[in-house]
Design a binder for this molecule. Structure first.
Ligand code: PGA
Length: 266
């Protein structure tokens, strides 16, 4: 299960403030990614920066490990949806992944049912869904586990099994997002959650599916906790928020998968 390639996703959220800044961070991440052997790196900038960064993607026919991701898509492929962007439109810019169901989008009213439609739209368009799940708080009775199960059941409802391998799951406990490594989940606790997620998926889809899916951790991943999470968490990688805007910090996180650090990054 852990033999698969690793995946590290940089979620830049509504940053940086201009295209020059985005190009600068992307260039440094590209250098760091180039040195990685068994790890794919996805940069997920704001929509406005996607066209310019698309031109900076590695060229040539060699094996590539740096990709562009969107932070959201609309659930329809095209149509009269003012202010929205579809996976269909993103293909032109070589966007290969889309973060779906992030808790900051759920705060704006996105339901599991809408996320389910978004997953289907992404898959129709050949864009790999990076599906976020996670509870807002934990209770000692373990009710939050039922909540996680419900999210998985709802989001993957009706999805043909053959598409599951193209999906990535990110467990992001909402209470751990946007803090420091001190407030994140521990590697040992992630191991428990990882088993729970895989077991639940196996119950829904059959054991060949659940145990083979990529499960990432997100929520205050920093240089200080990356190694513990990676070694003990039974995960395939990370979704990194604030630390992905600092190329030196991000390169240190990549280093837990064997990457050398970027020199003079800042
Ligand atoms: P964070 O964000 O690393 O800043 O906690 C993670 C995320 O919300 O994607």
């Amino acid at each position: 299960m852990m033999k698969k390639r690793k995946l590290v996703v940089a979620n830049w959220k509504m940053n940086p403030t201009n295209a020059e800044g985005a190009k600068s961070i992307f260039g440094k991440i590209r250098r760091a990614a180039k040195k990685m052997k068994q790890t794919d790196v996805v940069a997920a900038p704001s929509f406005v920066h996607i066209p310019v960064l698309s031109k900076l993607l590695p060229k040539g026919n060699g094996k590539k490990n740096l990709f562009l991701g969107a932070q959201n898509i609309h659930q329809k492929d095209f149509g009269a949806y003012t202010g929205e962007v579809s996976a269909n439109q993103l293909k032109e810019f070589k966007v290969r992944y889309a973060i779906l169901g992030h808790s900051e989008r759920r705060e704006l009213g996105e339901s599991d049912e809408i996320i389910n439609e978004k997953v289907q739209s992404a898959l129709r368009q050949g864009v790999a869904p990076i599906v976020c799940i996670g509870e807002k708080e934990r209770d000692s009775e373990g009710e939050y586990l039922n909540f996680i199960k419900e999210q998985l059941v709802n989001i993957f409802r009706g999805l043909p099994k053959k598409y599951l391998a193209d999906c990535v799951i990110v467990y992001e406990p909402v209470w751990a997002i946007g803090h420091t490594f001190k407030d994140s989940l521990s590697g040992t606790d992630m191991h428990v959650m990882s088993l729970f997620i895989r077991k639940t998926l196996s119950e829904i889809f059959g054991k060949d599916y659940g145990w083979n899916m990529k499960v990432l951790y997100g929520g205050s991943v920093e240089n200080e906790n990356a190694e513990d999470l990676m070694k003990k968490g039974d995960i395939s990688g990370f979704l990194v928020g604030h630390a992905s805007l600092d190329p030196l910090e991000f390169s240190k996180i990549l280093k837990v998968f064997g990457s050398p650090q970027i020199k003079n990054a800042g």
